[in-house]
Design a protein around this ligand. Structure first.
Ligand code: GRF
Length: 199
């Protein structure tokens, strides 16, 4: 299964996929990495792995739609079976969603449907929940609203900061992502309304 990964930052989720995919038995292979900004460790990880990369900054395009079309075209050039947004901090538009409907996944650092948006760990901490976690979902037109592929729960500790909580979530998030992408590669998956099943 050919996978294109989109990143905006450190790329530790990308690295976890690259490490897993080094074993041919894993079933998925990362074929390219795209980003919305230069100079990030996520791109450096891809380059160290010898992978092609592409960068499209929203500010370099006349409209958001134009950016979306260019992003979709760059992804298409690598003929992916699946596109994974792993810490990619942009919402894609209708053209991208139409091209990859049902095969564009995103990982979010909260237990959906709680705490959608850019500040999942901070919002969970502020709300005082005792459990939070991470969610892998099929991207739809909403913000972190799509059908749920996988989740993992993480305890919130009394002395947590946003940073310590997010790091604990990310440890589980990498495990969840590697497990789910491998299962999709080896078993496939179906989406029936809101319910996603492997196999
Ligand atoms: C992850 O927690 C992701 O869910 C969030 O940003 C983090 C990215 O981490 N949107 P990394 O770049 O994979 O290290």
């Amino acid at each position: 299964m050919r996978v294109v990964v989109l990143v905006s930052g450190a790329g530790t989720n990308l690295q976890a996929l690259l490490d897993a995919a080094a074993d041919p038995a894993y079933g998925a292979v990362v074929v390219a990495v795209g980003a919305d900004r230069d100079g990030i460790e996520g791109l450096a990880r891809a380059q160290r792995a010898g992978l092609p990369t592409f960068v499209h900054r929203v500010s370099d395009h006349p409209t958001r739609e134009a950016w979306d079309a260019v992003l979709a075209a760059s992804v298409a050039a690598h003929e992916p079976d699946l596109v994974v947004s792993a810490g990619f901090m942009k919402l894609v538009g209708d053209e991208f969603l139409a091209a990859y409907a049902g095969r564009f996944l995103n990982t979010h650092p909260a237990l959906s449907p709680a705490f959608p948006g850019m500040h999942g760990p901070a919002d969970a901490l502020a709300h005082g929940v005792k459990l939070t976690g991470c969610t892998l979902f099929v991207v739809d037109r909403g913000v972190d609203t799509g059908p749920i592929v996988a989740q993992a729960a993480v305890p919130v500790r009394d002395d947590d900061t946003v940073e310590t909580l997010h790091e604990r979530i990310k440890t589980e998030e990498r495990r969840m992502l590697v497990d789910a992408i491998g299962r999709i590669a080896r078993e496939g998956f179906t989406v029936d309304g809101r319910v996603v099943r492997f196999g």
